[in-house]
Design a binder for this molecule. Structure first.
Ligand code: SF4
Ligand code: SF4
Length: 472
């Protein structure tokens, strides 16, 4: 039994029989396309360059997932910086909400890497190698997926995918580590090699086969539009009041009503990289790339009509009302953004220059020397959050007569790194009462960072539970 055919298109990239509908848009090189191209080339350069830039001796951006350390603009955030990362994340999210409320899907059309690379790198190469968008459609129609021109295109795509995939990896492992991976034999580093291969294949797959489906079925941002956009938001839209009824009035009927400005030439549909018809109204598939704006503007110029039948506008403006930029969401979002980003800056500026944790020994809480004195092992974990290498001293307070053995002190800790060191504290048995001795540790970097930590050393006692614990 065969499944009933859908009565209407369910996805712009599917034919009625469920097969792939390849989209080979005809480029419309109008004024928006030229501006987007400048932005796209700038962003491509930025993407390649950012991992190589340094600030405060650190990469501009390094997302070290295995160590859970994130370096952004010269500042390293450690796993303990959850509050900072949360404030930054919420600020970014509100920023996206605000941008969408004001400018619609400007991110999708102008800055999203998927659009930027697809429309200004991969598709132009496709048109160049295959002989133009119409030729590409012919290859599709004839099923010539392995035509020599297509194979040449795939080869170039593979090289580009390797470059982009490895550039992407540089954001996670750093340029030095990536260079090391690239210089060594895959046998010496099989895991990184597999990682590089997977990234390259993923980029190749995305831009060769998956393409606009990333926007249509995989990206959640498009689906958020229903709640992020309102009637005042800037959208790319066809003006039905001006365009309808479509097509020219028939010459044979001189008394026929004048047609709208839309000559039903389909130029806006042919140029759409997601395969939709802007005249069907605002659609989730529309990435607001403005290609239909440029295509229709060219048609309007040819037909002697004013440009703007398809344009940047808003639902409210299309209904003949004034578009209001100031409205509840464009007031509330900036206020929320100010609050969260302000809190982030405040937390960043006032955060301690180091994270210190005092820990007990692993195993026995204390041991005995042959002369009966008691030895406590205490571990001190220091995470240097400052912007330079620091030399930390750890002093024991309130423990007169104690002997401290700490061969690693003072301790050098590189900025952004965490080091654990051990101290052995030897006290006579008489220094303990009820199996414990209250002391303090003072950790300082010789500058502004000085912090004290109360601690309970453990000693012999008939009630001793056998555990060392930090004083509450
Ligand atoms: S390009 Fe303009 S005139 Fe042509 S079909 Fe689209 S809206 Fe109508
Ligand atoms: S409808 Fe127009 S703006 Fe929307 S994706 Fe298609 S060409 Fe771009």
């Amino acid at each position: 039994m065969t499944a009933p055919a859908p009565t209407e298109r369910v996805l712009a990239t599917l034919n009625a029989d469920g097969s792939r509908r390849w989209i080979r848009p005809k480029p419309s090189r109008g004024k928006f396309w030229q501006r987007r191209r400048s932005v796209a080339y700038g962003l491509m350069l930025l993407f390649l360059a950012i991992p190589h830039f340094r600030l405060n001796g650190k990469p501009l951006m390094l997302l070290d997932l295995p160590r859970r350390e994130f370096t952004l603009f010269g500042t390293t955030y450690l796993p303990t910086d959850t509050l900072l990362l949360m404030l930054l994340g919420i600020s970014l999210l509100i920023g996206v909400f605000l941008m969408t409320a004001l400018f619609g899907r400007v991110w999708c059309g102008w800055a999203c890497p998927q659009t930027v690379y697809m429309e200004f790198l991969f598709r132009p190469i496709e048109r160049w190698i295959e002989g133009g968008w119409a030729k590409s459609r012919q290859f599709d129609k004839r099923g010539q997926h392995l035509h020599p021109r297509r194979l040449a295109k795939y080869a170039i795509y593979a090289v580009l995918a390797a470059i982009l995939g490895n550039s992407f990896l540089a954001y996670f492992v750093g340029t030095e580590e990536l260079a090391r991976w690239m210089m060594q034999s895959p046998y010496d580093h099989p895991t990184p090699f597999v990682l590089m291969a997977i990234t390259t294949v993923a980029v190749f797959f995305d831009f060769t086969w998956f393409r606009e489906q990333t926007c249509l079925v995989a990206c959640p941002y498009g689906r958020w539009q229903a709640v992020l956009l309102d009637k005042q938001s800037l959208i790319v839209s066809y003006d039905p009041a001006r365009g309808e009824p479509r097509g020219q009035p028939k010459k044979a009927l001189p008394m026929a009503p004048a047609g709208g400005d839309c000559v039903d030439c389909n130029a806006c549909v042919l140029t759409c990289p997601t395969g939709i018809d802007i005249r069907d109204g605002l659609q989730m598939e529309c990435i607001h790339c403005t290609q239909c704006v440029d295509a229709c503007a060219a048609v309007m110029r040819r037909t002697g009509k004013p440009e703007g039948l398809v344009r940047y506008t808003s639902k409210e403006a299309l209904a003949g009302h004034v578009r209001h930029v100031i409205r509840p969401r464009t007031v509330l979002y900036p206020l929320a953004l100010l609050a969260f980003f302000g809190a982030f800056i405040y937390a960043l500026e006032t955060k301690d220059k180091a994270d210190v944790t005092v820990l007990g020994a692993i195993g026995e809480p204390f041991t005995r020397e042959p002369d009966g004195s008691v030895v406590n092992q205490v571990r001190v974990k220091i995470a240097n959050r400052s912007s330079a290498t620091q030399r930390y001293a750890v002093d024991l307070l309130d423990a007169e007569g104690a002997k401290v053995i700490a061969p690693e002190l003072p301790l050098n800790v590189v900025n952004g790194k965490t080091v654990v060191t051990s101290l052995f504290i030897i006290l006579p048995e008489t220094a303990f009462h009820d199996g414990a001795r209250k002391v303090r540790f003072r950790v300082s970097d010789g500058g502004a960072f000085v912090q004290e930590f109360p601690w309970r050393l453990r000693g012999p006692n008939e009630h001793d539970s056998g555990h060392s614990e930090r004083e509450k």
